[in-house]
Write a protein that binds this ligand. Structure first.
Ligand SMILES: [Zn+2]
Length: 295
């Protein structure tokens, strides 16, 4: 078993072949780890971009790469086969990346440049960012960027240039070593089979129709959080910006809230998020609202 940490840089371009935008890979960087999780080998390669002949200004800004740099690169398909060769034993390799964006981009590029529907060198994969967040017990659902992660575990990254593929994979490797736990990591390693790609291609959908059978009505309720008593519903549930929203009021506590519930259809589950915000001002006269709900 060997660990390889991969990082890509890309340029967002319009692909005529797919009649849409996609991220064209412009650089591949990776590090291989030994048993002690130290870097024992490195891979770096610039890609001579075929679709976007010129870099977008934000790509230039982020990566500090120039159009001249890319001209020295090689075609993506050649880089992919060189990378496979570099892995040496790809069947026994666990590839990791900071977030699964790199893997999604690889799938798109492999397809676009005729290397197949799947990634030819990917057999086992772990999302290092997801694993890291679990290990540092981040309550925040928001994803941790690599730079912040490095700071969190006390890695001095002053001399590193973030957003270059090799440097990013080096920093990722240092972060990985700091939070390594063989048993927990196992939960994050996926076999890259059909199911893996189906999950990867799956697009999360927000449910906007309240009568959708996936809307669990038991979440569309509110009990006063101060007294635990029944609160009056002031407004009907209304869909707005991903959330079903309704205002509630507890007369006993003279306390009003806006209840927001979002239902998202995931690959094989429904994800529910409920937010409760105090109402600063009860806009509707309560008596009138109470009458309405009694109709
Ligand atoms: Zn109350």
């Amino acid at each position: 078993m060997q660990f390889v940490i991969l990082d890509l840089e890309w340029n967002n371009v319009y692909g005529k072949k797919i009649k849409g935008f996609f991220n064209e890979i412009i650089e591949i960087g990776a590090v291989k780890l030994d048993e002690k999780l130290n870097i024992c080998d490195e891979f770096t390669c610039l890609i001579n971009a075929q679709v976007g002949k010129t870099l977008r200004s934000n790509t230039k800004e982020i990566t500090h790469l120039t159009n001249e740099d890319l001209k020295k690169g090689i075609a993506f398909s050649k880089a992919a086969s060189m990378f496979k060769k570099w892995l040496d034993n790809d069947e026994d390799t666990i590839i990791m990346s900071w977030g699964d964006g790199d893997i999604r981009t690889l799938v798109d590029n492999c397809k676009y440049f005729g290397c197949g529907e799947t990634i030819p060198f990917l057999n086992k994969y772990a999302d290092l960012q997801k694993y890291f967040q679990r290990m540092v017990k981040s309550e925040n659902k928001q994803q941790i960027g690599l730079k912040n992660a490095a700071e969190m575990v006390g890695i001095n990254s002053e001399n590193m240039s973030f957003h270059r593929a090799l440097d990013d994979s080096r920093v990722s490797a240092l972060c990985f070593k700091k939070v390594y736990d063989e048993k927990i990591l196992k939960e994050y390693i996926y076999e890259c089979n059909d199911d893996f790609y189906k999950r990867l291609r799956y697009k999360v959908k927000v449910i906007s129709f309240i009568k959708n059978p996936l809307v669990d009505k038991s979440y569309l309720t509110y009990k006063c959080e101060k007294c635990g008593g029944k609160a009056k519903q002031l407004t009907n549930w209304k869909y707005s910006n991903q959330y079903f929203c309704s205002n509630y009021y507890c007369p006993k506590c003279d306390y009003g809230v806006k209840v927001m519930v979002r239902f998202r259809k995931m690959y094989d589950s429904t994800e529910i998020k409920k937010i409760i915000k105090p109402l600063l001002k009860i806009e509707e006269p309560i008596e009138k609202a109470a009458e309405k709900s009694g109709e």
